[in-house]
Design a protein around this ligand. Structure first.
Ligand code: UDP
Ligand code: MG
Length: 313
């Protein structure tokens, strides 16, 4: 029978942790009695440097019920790194790991389906959001626009899949060999390969509390999601530069013409305009190049992704 680990990242989730633990415990009892998972399967809450009482709640849950384990990170390292910390810690203690957000937005009923798919021989099972009416409109639309942009940029990622997924132990072993610091798991997992399938995930509203993904965190994830897997933006800049050279050729012709026609002084407005425009594009291009240079800087330092302060096993 398989030993399942559920890894759930928590950042200031005190409002939802007890409910989440209760529902996961019920689910585990059901799956154990259905003979789907072994009774030593467990849930690991990863406390990502919460400033509220999340860790105290996790410790209490652990002492009440050994099925709950807790991993306390020394500071907030962000969702992706927190998941990585949990998966890498749970790897040696389980046959498969499922990552799920602590806020109970994902469909818990998808978990037994993931386990069944794993038993059927799939190493990767993606939870795919088939229904996300419960998400705020802006979030839903921006996420979908982002998935499409990603596709255009040639990043291989599963449409409408976030970080709700099952990974087998051997996929986790392969994942551990990825040394990158600009972590975007949704892009890496498809690159590993191995048999994969999807299960449907109906998104519910957050059980309690507010979204812990600030606009800044979301933007930074979106940038990683593209720049960690695609150099197309750099090429876009190149083509933009070419287009500008063509345009300036046209402007050159006009300048020569106006010299002969003695209308040169009229050119002031267009000159000012193009100085600013070209300046703007140069800055944007520098910024885009800088983005990649910044990534190289971060990778080259090869710093650890997280630090574990306590582990309640
Ligand atoms: N989270 C985290 N570290 C962070 C931000 C978020 O571990 O720095 C966790 C959070 O506790 C939740 C999950 O990541 O379990 C997803 O966050 P949230 O539900 O707030 O994001 P949303 O669903 O709004 O995208
Ligand atoms: Mg959420």
């Amino acid at each position: 029978m398989i030993r399942l680990a559920i890894v759930s990242p928590c950042y200031n989730e005190e409002e939802v942790l007890d409910l989440s633990a209760r529902r996961l415990d019920e689910l585990f009892n059901r799956m154990v009695s259905d003979g789907l998972i072994s009774s030593d399967s467990f849930v690991m809450f990863v406390n990502d440097g919460s400033r509220d009482s999340s860790w105290r709640i996790i410790s209490r849950l652990h002492h009440e019920n050994p099925r709950f384990k807790g991993l306390n990170l020394a500071r907030n390292v962000g969702h992706q790194n927190a998941i990585m910390a949990g998966m890498m810690t749970a790897r040696d203690m389980s046959d498969a790991v499922i990552t799920i957000d602590a806020d109970l937005q994902d469909d818990l009923e998808a978990i037994p389906r993931m386990v069944k798919a794993f038993i059927d021989g799939y190493d990767v099972v993606y939870g795919v959001k088939v229904e996300r009416q419960a998400d705020p409109v802006l979030k839903r639309l921006s996420a979908q626009a982002f998935y499409r942009l990603q596709e255009k940029m040639g990043v291989k990622a599963i449409y409408n899949h976030a970080d709700f997924r099952l990974l087998s132990r051997r996929v986790l072993d392969e994942l551990s060999r990825y040394r990158e610091k600009n972590l975007y798991l949704r892009g890496i997992i498809p690159q590993i390969g191995f048999p994969s399938t999807t299960v449907d995930d109906v998104i519910a509203p957050r059980a309690a509390g507010k979204s812990k993904y600030s606009l800044r965190k979301m933007l930074s994830l979106a940038l990683d999601g593209i720049t960690s897997f695609s150099v197309k933006p750099l090429y876009a800049i190149l083509y933009l530069g070419l287009a500008f050279i063509l345009i300036s050729l046209g402007i050159g012709v006009y300048v020569i013409y106006s010299l002969f026609a003695h209308t040169a002084v009229h050119g002031w407005a267009s000159l000012m305009l193009s100085v600013w425009m070209v300046g703007g594009f140069i800055l944007i291009s520098l910024g885009a190049v800088g983005l990649y240079v910044g990534k190289i800087y971060k990778e080259i330092k090869d710093r650890p992704l997280y630090h574990i302060e306590d582990f309640l096993d």
